[in-house]
Design a protein around this ligand. Structure first.
Ligand SMILES: [Zn+2]
Length: 261
């Protein structure tokens, strides 16, 4: 049914839709609230942030215990955090505090909070500073612990500016291409270790097999050896060593089996 006027929005509809749109001050307030939330609340558990705190590659803050719980059983958390797959994807922050427990920059003494200065940390060591403190320093060693850092590993905490967010995203893509995690540890460390430990396991299995053969061969002889050990004088040390080694060799594979099963 065209041209019946039914589809033309009336004044009421227009007023409604304009009422739904938030004013700029409401947007500002909402942004402030969101910003404050990011600085006071763990993004995973929604509990108040309390030290130890960790941060992912995007500068977001989490309680360390929440991240550990998330890594063990992610299904218990509502949202998946794409930036966190292992503990290597977060850096534990080292935050200076006043006696009253306020978080501050150890250099400028500015309080670390939403709406204040821009705060950053070094991915290499986790020390947190206000950005202005680092701007004035030419040295490339952390002002707190002396760890060498590179500018590209300076992470803005809870970034708002598009260019800061883009820089952190680019940094992470670059690190992934290099096989590194946010904490600058190798992403494939586990796999490599698996490969190495796999080789070691093969060697161990062979050793174990030959040891088992030796034991099974010596088992029939062992009682006589042991009886000789108790009576003989000159060869007793050698024989007792042999028997001790046999006992050790026999004990080793048992221990390994216990841990495997
Ligand atoms: Zn440091």
């Amino acid at each position: 049914m065209g041209n019946d006027g039914g589809s033309i929005p009336g004044r009421r509809d227009l007023v409604k839709s304009s009422a739904r749109r938030p004013t700029s001050s409401q947007v500002f307030e909402q942004n402030q609230l969101n910003a404050s939330f990011d600085w006071t609340t763990c993004r995973l558990s929604s509990k108040p942030l309390c030290i130890p705190i960790v941060s992912d590659c995007l500068g977001h803050l989490y309680n360390k215990d929440a991240v550990l719980e998330y890594l063990i059983s992610p299904e218990e958390f509502g949202d998946r955090v794409e930036t966190i797959k292992t503990v290597r994807d977060v850096v534990e922050l080292k935050i200076s505090q006043t006696k009253g427990g306020k978080w501050i920059c150890p250099i400028t003494r500015k309080e670390i909070r939403a709406g204040g200065s821009k705060f950053v940390y070094h991915a290499e060591c986790g020390h947190v500073f206000s950005e202005t403190a680092l701007k004035e320093i030419v040295d490339t060693a952390c002002l707190e612990c002396g760890t060498e850092y590179s500018k590209e590993n300076i992470i803005v905490i809870n970034p708002i500016a598009e260019k800061d967010i883009a820089r952190l995203q680019e940094r992470m893509s670059r690190l992934r291409a290099e096989g590194l995690s946010h904490s600058l540890k190798p992403v494939g460390g586990k796999k490599k270790r698996k490969h190495v430990s796999g080789l070691k396991d093969t060697v161990r299995k062979k050793e174990r097999a030959s040891a088992t053969d030796k034991i099974s061969n010596s088992l029939a002889v062992a009682p006589t050896k042991l009886s000789v050990t108790s009576s003989s004088s000159t060869d007793s040390s050698n024989l007792s060593l042999q028997s001790r080694n046999s006992v050790n060799a026999a004990a080793r594979p048992l221990q390994t089996n216990q841990t495997v099963t």
